[in-house]
Every structure is written in C-alpha cells, then in structure tokens.
Write a protein that binds this ligand. Structure first.
Ligand code: ADP
Ligand code: MG
Length: 476
C-alpha cells in the first residue's frame, strides 16, 4: 500500500507517544494535523508560530528520527502554520521566505532560509540598483565607551555592554536589552557597543537602526514587494542594534517580521542589542512571544545619575568642547537638573551660547536665570541636597560633617538651618527631611524649624545668616 500523509503521521505518532510524557504528547502533538506527503516531504499543520518553535526547540531530534524511519533518509518535514487570530482580521499577510514555500496551502507556510545568496539581496539602506552589499553601521563616532561616564546609575548596563562588545554573540547577554527613561544614555551606550565591536572586528557587519526607521523600511518593502530582501538583509547582520523598540508596540506586522529576524540571528549566534524606555514587563502592545525573547538575554536598566556622576558628565562635556566654567556654576547645574542627562547637557550648551551671545561671563547669576527658563515647565523645586550644599559652604564645613551626629554648636546650628530651609523650600515631609539630614526623626526637624524662627527674632547675626542664605537659595 502506498503511504499517505495520514498513515505516515500516525506511525510517527505512535513512536513519539512512547518516547515523551503523556502531557507533552497531548499538548504538542495531538493538535497537529498532517496535511500532505509529497516527494518525501511531510507537511504538518501547527496552530501557531509559537507551536512551531516549541517543536523545533524541544522535539526536533525525535521528529527527525521518526520521519526518517517512516519515509527514509531523504524524508523532510515542513510546517504549515495557522495564522495567529489577531492577524486574521487584518489584511492577509505572508512573509514569503523563498526556499520551500508551498503555495498550494491555504495557510501560510514558513521556512526559515539558511543559505542565502548575499549578492542578490537588496539593501534597504542604499539606492536601488547598487549591487554590492556595503552596510554602513550608522554609528555616531562620539558615542564611545570612553565618553560614557560610569556611575552607580549605569554600572551594570555599561559593563554588560562592554562584555557584549568584547565577545559579540558569545555571552549570555543575547539579546542585551538596555532600558531606562529618556535622556539617560540608552542610545549612547548602544552606539558604544557598536563602535567597540567595529574597532575590534572590522569585518563584522554591525548595524544601528532605530525601530522607527526599521518600521518604515519594512512598510516600504511590503509596498514594493520586497519583503524577502528586507528579511534577508537583516538576517545577514552580525551585530544588530535596534533603538527604542517600545516604538514597535501595537505594530503587529513589524513585530512579526522582527521576530523572524530575531530568531534567525539568535540561532546563528549573532548579537542583538535593543533599547527601550520601558522594562519588558511594562511594554504594552508588544506580543508575548517577542517579550519572552527579550527575557532570553539580559535586561539592564539605566537609572538617573547621582550628583557625582552628573558633575563628571558636565566636566567631560566641557573638556571635549574646550570650555571652562566656574566651579559653582557646574555645581549649580548638577544640583538643579537631576533626572535627565540630555537636559543637563542642553542646559550647559544654552548657558555657553547665552554667554557668548551677550559677551557676558558665565556667572552663577546667569546660570540661575538661564536654568529657570530652561526647566520652567518641570515645576522644579530646589533639592535638599542643594540646600545642604549651600548651607555647608556658607559655614565653611563639609556636608558630611554637617550631617554627622556631632553636638558641636556651630554644626548643630548649620544642620538646623538646612532643615529649616528644606521645610521652607521643598515639599518634603518632616520625616523625609530628617532622614536626609543625617537620619534624624520628624520631631528633631520640627524642633529645628522652631529654633531657627526664634533665633531670627532674637539674634541679629543669626538673622543675617538666614537672609544671606535665603538669597543664595532663592532661585527666582
Ligand atoms: P536616551 O537614548 O536614553 O534617551 P541618549 O543616549 O540620547 O539618551 O543620551 C542623551 C545625552 O546624554 C547624549 O548626548 C549622551 O551622550 C549623554 N549621556 C547620557 N549618559 C551619559 C553618560 N553616562 N556619560 C556621558 N554622557 C552621557
Ligand atoms: Mg535614545
């Protein structure tokens, strides 16, 4: 009797059933429908892409063995994947991976191509007609590791990035997902990795692309019927850096195509680096199967830089631009702009521009005026850190001493004054002010405020301290 797909698959199943758990069998094999058998190729239909991947990942050797046993050493298996339901109501979508696409099937069938003739692929980055594939990495030469100041806020991400750069594709940080709020250095760090890899391995194809650009290229490719080229081009990259992948949220088709590219690169040991302004758990509108991929590697977050790091970043930037600014101006900038490095740099640049336009020296006053304009909309308040700094400078003592447990009179006084200003100028609670002023409780802060008020009324010298400091701290 001539074998047909049904009997062949039944025979396979009976072998498979004996070799795996019942649970596994029911979950992964019962839903499969044999579709046809033609020239030694058995086609089976699986419910989803995920299903197909799971089979490939967990049962491929068992499948191979049984197929060979049933249809001989030439036997091959092909999957037909039922479209995901969420894609159904949209326009029919096929990624036409050439190799062995089977057009007679209703459902799309996907074959991940392995051998691609590199010379025939269209590069979406170059003008059509150019034969040679020459991928410009798209890297910004100034975004180096050297220029990326290290701090507590970025230590993990930076060193993971460095590890990836020294051994692309060869660490468990694949993909490396860098995430963090705006202006915290995601793009910079991603470029640093690319630059470092390119320096060490000029032959490697490195590519930086924003997800926005990636999306547009894909849309164009679909429009021009060049999806194959698009996919093949990306599958050829050794180190793929995609910036701001949160942009892919809600773009199902782009996610779909990215998923295939991702899988291919990952399987072939290529490095993938992604950035996002959200952690994977918070990425809404990104398909689960993609999110689960992101979790394969390492997610490293970038935090807002601490004061020291902010100062170091400003100094580095000034050094690069050959500018010098008074120390108090730098400190003022670093104290005032706390959450976003891009804003910090922006303030520095505007300050310099201002001063050169008006031919005025950059002074603390100018800095104050400018910063007010610069961060007007962010409802800024002076920070407790800054208050402590100004007060301790005024009394000529180190901040640490002021925050210490000492009962020495001048020190206690300075401490009380900074508590008083913290209460007056910030929205912080008494308890939190106490915490930040050397771990005191709220009653201590309340007492400090009363003492300062009393002394102002009775002590002329003391009153002068307060008026001086008020002026220094008054930011408007
Ligand atoms: P993101 O992509 O997270 O929004 P960027 O990478 O564009 O942020 O960084 C914004 C600016 O801040 C860039 O000019 C970058 O060079 C600078 N920057 C951020 N972090 C650092 C750092 N640790 N050291 C030096 N410059 C930094
Ligand atoms: Mg960015």
């Amino acid at each position: 009797m001539k074998k047909n797909h049904i009997t062949v698959w039944e025979n396979c199943l009976s072998v498979i059933k004996d070799n795996i758990s019942l649970q596994g069998y029911k979950t992964w094999f019962e839903p499969i429908v044999p579709v046809k058998l033609k020239s030694n190729v058995l086609t089976i239909q699986v419910p989803s892409q995920f299903f197909y991947e799971w089979l490939e990942e967990h049962y491929i050797s068992l499948l191979k063995k049984t197929i060979k046993r049933e249809i001989g050493t030439e036997g091959r298996l092909e999957y037909s994947i039922v479209m995901d339901t969420n894609l159904r109501n949209s326009k029919p979508y096929t990624v036409n991976f050439p190799a062995k696409t089977n057009n007679s099937l209703k459902n799309k069938s996907i074959n991940i191509p392995l051998n691609v003739n590199k010379n025939t692929i269209k590069n979406p980055f170059v003008i059509p007609g150019l034969k040679k594939i020459n991928v410009d990495a798209n890297l910004n030469a100034s975004y180096t590791f050297e220029n990326f100041i290290e701090g507590e806020c970025n230590r993990l991400a930076r060193s993971a990035g460095y590890a990836v750069a020294s051994k692309p594709g060869g660490t468990s940080f694949n993909p490396l997902l860098i995430y963090g709020g705006v202006g915290l250095g995601k793009t910079h760090l991603a470029h640093s990795i690319g630059i470092e890899i390119k320096n060490n391995n000029p032959e490697k194809i490195v590519l930086y692309v924003s997800s926005e650009r990636f999306t547009h290229q894909f849309i164009d490719a679909v429009k021009n019927n060049e999806t194959n080229d698009f996919v093949h081009f990306y599958q050829m990259i050794d180190v793929l850096i995609i910036d701001d992948i949160q942009f892919l949220a809600g773009k199902e088709k782009t996610q779909d195509v990215f998923f295939h590219i991702f899988n291919h690169l990952h399987q072939t040991g290529k490095q993938i680096i992604l950035t996002s302004d959200k952690a994977p758990v918070d990425m809404q509108g990104v398909e689960q199967r993609l999110l689960s991929r992101f979790k394969w590697g390492l997610s490293a977050d970038l935090q807002s830089p601490g004061l020291e790091t902010r100062i170091a970043i400003l100094k580095k930037k000034m050094y690069q631009d050959g500018i010098e600014l008074p120390g108090d101006v730098i400190e003022y900038l670093a104290y005032s702009i706390t959450t976003n490095v891009r804003e910090l740099e922006g303030a520095l640049i505007s300050l310099i521009a201002q001063s050169s336009l008006n031919k005025k020296a950059v002074t603390l006053d100018l800095a104050k005026q400018m910063i007010d304009k610069f961060v007007k909309n962010t409802a800024r308040e002076v920070s407790i850190d800054y208050i402590q700094k100004v007060v301790s400078d005024y009394f000529n003592m180190p901040v640490e001493l002021m925050k210490s447990k000492t009962r020495k009179r001048e020190i206690v006084q300075a401490r009380q004054i900074s508590m008083y200003f913290s209460k007056k100028l910030t929205k912080s609670s008494l308890a939190s002010i106490g915490m930040q002023c050397g771990g005191k409780d709220h009653a201590t802060v309340l007492h400090a405020c009363k003492t300062v008020n009393n002394l102002q009324d009775t002590d002329k010298h003391f009153r002068k301290y307060i008026t001086d400091l008020d002026k220094k701290l008054n930011l408007s």
